[in-house]
Structures are given as structure tokens and as C-alpha cells.
Design a protein around this ligand. Structure first.
Ligand code: AMP
Length: 206
């Protein structure tokens, strides 16, 4: 674990705000990385790695990356053992339980057990288990909001920002499970071995 600090960034919604945040700290990422997966920055002591959102915590926990930028939704879902030294203040949204607006909630007709479609099976399961409510979790990888319309599930657990996607699919937000935002995560061993570099980065971003 020597050499430059390697920072894993998530593709998708958090990518541009993360790049802007590093740029504001004077760490400018090559805007044309082409097919390179390790991307240099204007600071020779810092390089970036762009991975799928769910993989950021995996790379950081394993030490393949020293640090990463991830949403607390995928971080809590993964239960990765990483440090969270900085709340980055962007990517705010919430993980909620939603169900068809026209249907009563939480009781289903006939006392049926609810089927819940989600990309977050662990967080959803924990939420209902905490409340002592039996549900059947259906893990999917996308298009969660359409699951109740298609009869795949009665309810969903998904991220909501403006609520427009829920409304467009006839769904209403019922319960909040987690408030979500982007955080900087760090590998435990890296923070000890490269303490100076971590502290310098933190003071530039903070
Ligand atoms: P909205 O219509 O603004 O409520 O956005 C909801 C859709 O965007 C859902 O499909 C969510 O999965 C997705 N979404 C909202 N916020 C985020 C976020 N911070 N990160 C990733 N996906 C998000």
C-alpha cells in the first residue's frame, strides 16, 4: 500500500459532484480518461479509479483503493468495514418504503404478507424485522418502481429524491428507512500507513 493515494469514485449520479468537489480542492481529474480505469489527477500523489457504485466499498475495504466516495445507501447495504472520515454534503436523498397511493397501508387485504421489491434487500429486511413485521423481500437490480404495477410486489423500498418517479408510477412514500448522502470512506490500514496523506486530503476537502 505505497505510492499515490488511490480514490475510488462511483459511476452515476455521484460522479460529477465528486469530481467538482475534488476540483474545488485543487485536485483536477483528467476529463478524458478514455478507456483507462486508473485516472491520473493534477496531483501526482493522487489517482482515481471509477467503479460501479456498489463496488466502491468493496475496493476500499480490501485496500485496492485507499479511499472512496460512496452513498450511505450502498455503504450500509454492504456493511463494509471502512472508516467514514468525511460527510461530503451532496447526493442527498432518502431510502423509503412506498406503496400504491390508492391502497391502504400497511395492512393488506386478507392479512396477506407483503412482497417488497428492492435493490436493498439487507436494509429492507432489517427495517421490517426491527418492526416485527413479516414481509417477503424480492431483490431486483432496477426498475423497482414498476414492480407494484406489474404485480411483482405489493411495496417497494427505494431511493427517493424529488418524489417524481414515485408519483409517476402511482406510488406514495410511506416510511423513511434512511437519510442518504455521499461520504468519503477510507481503508483502515491505509489511514494508519499513509496518515499524513489522508490528513492532507481531508484538510483540502473539509
Ligand atoms: P426522484 O424521481 O427525484 O425521486 O428520483 C428517484 C429515482 O432516482 C429513483 O429511481 C432512484 O433510484 C434514483 N435516485 C434518486 N436519488 C439518488 C441518488 N442520490 N443516488 C442514486 N440514485 C438516486
Amino acid at each position: 500500500m505505497s505510492g499515490p493515494l488511490r480514490i475510488a469514485l462511483a459511476k452515476g449520479r455521484l460522479y460529477q459532484p465528486a469530481v467538482a468537489r475534488f476540483a474545488a480542492a485543487g485536485i483536477v481529474i483528467d476529463p478524458e480518461p478514455g478507456r483507462r480505469l486508473l485516472i491520473p489527477s493534477s496531483d501526482p500523489a493522487i489517482e482515481f479509479l471509477v467503479v460501479k457504485p456498489a463496488d466502491v466499498a468493496v475496493y476500499v475495504e480490501s485496500g485496492a483503493a485507499d479511499l472512496g466516495v460512496t452513498g450511505t445507501d450502498v455503504l450500509r447495504e454492504s456493511e463494509a468495514d471502512v472508516l467514514e472520515p468525511l460527510d461530503l454534503g451532496f447526493g442527498a436523498c432518502r431510502l423509503v418504503v412506498a406503496s400504491p397511493a390508492a391502497q391502504p397501508f400497511p395492512a393488506l387485504p386478507g392479512g396477506k404478507t407483503a412482497r417488497v421489491a428492492t435493490k436493498y434487500p439487507n436494509l429492507a429486511w432489517q427495517h421490517f424485522a426491527r418492526g416485527g413485521r413479516p414481509v417477503e423481500i424480492i431483490a431486483v437490480h432496477g426498475s423497482v418502481e414498476v414492480a407494484p404495477l406489474l404485480g411483482l410486489a405489493h411495496w417497494i423500498v427505494d431511493l427517493v429524491d424529488t418524489g417524481n418517479t414515485l408519483r409517476a408510477n402511482g406510488l406514495t412514500e410511506r416510511e423513511t428507512i434512511l437519510t442518504v448522502g455521499a461520504v468519503l470512506v477510507a481503508n483502515r490500514a491505509s489511514q494508519k500507513l499513509k496518515l499524513e496523506q489522508h490528513l492532507r486530503l481531508m484538510s483540502r476537502l473539509g
